[in-house]
Design a protein around this ligand. Structure first.
Ligand SMILES: Cc1ncc(COP(=O)(O)O)c(C=O)c1O
Length: 481
């Protein structure tokens, strides 16, 4: 058994010593965002910490970089992509600068790139603080909500295997509205998901969860909010049940909305304030406003988190350890996530959340047929008119240039309210009214286009056929001509 003291004296002998000795229990989001110039001067200091392949040429792995025209071309391609996808303004510029500066670095080895490690731990720490974690709360950065959820599932599977003797085939209990990343995780890690129903309000049914628990249950998952309708599951009740049964509860909070309560809206609690919440996933690349490839998975303490880490000591290539699915972890995403959070700060996130909540409220006030009680910056629109097919409305909206997100079981249209909607809210509402008028009492439209496909799929009893269709679709689409 390796002693903790041996590990800490090893760490003190490495390039990480200065951070580990100086580590604060919790780095929180700055109250006011740093200016771009302040962040630039921090970047200079951070870069000095790294093993610089360009200047020193001293590393034999991790970076495969041509610092020439080719390198600049990649930076330009990234910038052009950002501009096309709506990133602009001072905040985005500094995020891009951080991405550029660290884009060829690799967080696989924290001793080679100590600044990446520092930025990663600070992003985790700032997120944990936002979600009322204690000084014990720890986590890792991942590439997105999917990887965060995959990692939570792996962690609790391995923890159950280590701590319980009676597990045959581990299972997860989750409401049907949980994000499919949980099903994907179960598929990858050879586990089962027991799906429980939701009520008419689209919230998880706590009794159904209780009924579903069995001796192979290794975790419960609930969402805050779930993506489909932006409804928050009754986390307090589920957490009380989980604690009573001694089962970990993972809260998928990837979809964000962490400032909504602070803005004064009455929303149910879902974070580490609730004792039975064991872990939370939260995406920095969604409402954290960083570039794609950043999410955080957090655990109540390090003794839980250790089950996420993979280590292998017998490889001829050396000692291998990795905290998440990815081996190479792109430095650009980590640096950009750090810069996004430091640039916005608490007041920046509050401002953004307020703007989006005002747009969301304005849309909700228009008498849309909402599914359940969405309470963050998203909602789903259904139809309460027997002669109005909402999928046909989506098709009509698409002819007006909108790209609609379609829910099923029952049909509705998912709307995440995003910064670009601030200037488009009236146009959206006018178009929706118009599309609704076109589709009302028009049965033929419900049979055409994507509405027709959804209608057909809904009538296929064997969902295996639909799954095969999806697999075939991806095989067909991802081809080079
Ligand atoms: C609640 C929730 N969990 C997980 C995910 C998956 O996140 P990603 O697409 O970043 O992997 C999403 C994506 O929308 C989500 O809304």
């Amino acid at each position: 058994m390796v002693l903790k003291s041996e590990v800490s004296s090893f760490v003190k002998s490495t390039s990480l010593a200065q951070d580990v000795v100086a580590a604060k229990p919790r780095v929180v989001l700055p109250r006011t965002g740093f200016t771009a110039d302040e962040l630039r001067s921090q970047m200079e200091k951070l870069l000095k910490r790294e093993s610089n392949t360009d200047k020193d040429g001293n590393v034999f792995a991790y970076t495969y970089t041509l610092k020439d025209e080719h390198y600049r071309l990649q930076q330009e391609a990234f910038d052009m992509f950002c501009e096309k996808t709506g990133y602009s303004g001072e905040h985005d510029d500094i995020v891009k600068e951080f991405f550029h500066a660290f884009m060829h670095e690799n967080a696989l080895n924290p001793m080679i790139f100590p600044a990446l490690r520092l930025m990663e731990t600070e992003v985790v720490s700032m997120t944990a603080a936002m979600l009322n974690g204690s000084s014990e709360t720890v986590g890792f950065l991942t590439s997105g909500g999917t990887e965060s959820n995959l990692m939570a599932v792996k962690t609790f599977r391995d923890m159950a295997r280590a701590q319980r003797t009676n597990i045959r085939r581990p299972n997860i209990i989750a409401p049907i509205t949980v994000h499919p990343t949980i099903d994907k995780a179960a598929h990858y890690f050879d586990m089962d998901v027991i799906h429980t129903p939701v009520g008419n309000d689209f919230k998880a049914d706590v009794n159904a969860i209780e009924q579903a628990i069995n001796s192979d249950t290794v975790m419960i998952v609930a969402s805050a909010p779930q993506f489909c309708h932006s409804v928050i599951d009754p986390i307090e009740e589920i957490a009380a049940l989980a604690a009573r049964k001694g089962i970990p509860l993972h809260v998928d909070a990837c979809f964000g909305g962490f400032m909504v309560e602070k803005l004064g809206y009455k929303i149910p609690k879902f974070d580490f304030r609730i004792p039975g919440v064991t872990s939370i996933s939260a995406d920095v690349h969604k409402y954290g406003y960083s570039v794609k490839g950043a999410s955080v998975v957090m655990y109540r303490n390090a003794s839980i988190r250790k089950f996420q880490i993979y280590a292998y000591s017998e490889w001829p290539g050396g000692l291998y350890g990795s905290p998440s699915m990815a081996g190479t972890r792109p430095g650009g995403n980590i640096a950009a996530a750090w810069a996004a959070m430091k640039a916005l700060g608490e007041d920046g996130y509050m401002r953004k959340a307020k703007e989006l909540m005002l747009v969301t409220d304005k849309m909700k006030e228009k008498g849309l047929c909402l599914m359940g009680e969405p309470c963050m910056t998203a909602f789903a629109i259904g139809s309460d008119e027997p002669n109005l097919n909402i999928q046909a409305v989506a098709d009509a909206m698409e002819t007006k240039g909108w790209k609609m997100e379609r829910n099923q079981l029952p049909d509705s249209l998912h709307c995440s309210i995003l910064p670009h909607h601030i200037s488009k809210v009236d146009k959206f509402l006018d178009d929706l009214e118009d599309a609704t008028d076109i589709c009302r009492n028009n049965k033929a439209l419900a049979k055409k286009g994507t509405a027709g496909v959804y209608g057909m799929m809904a009538n296929i009893p064997d969902k295996g056929i639909v799954t095969d269709f999806l697999v075939e679709f991806f095989s067909e689409v991802y081809k080079c001509k």
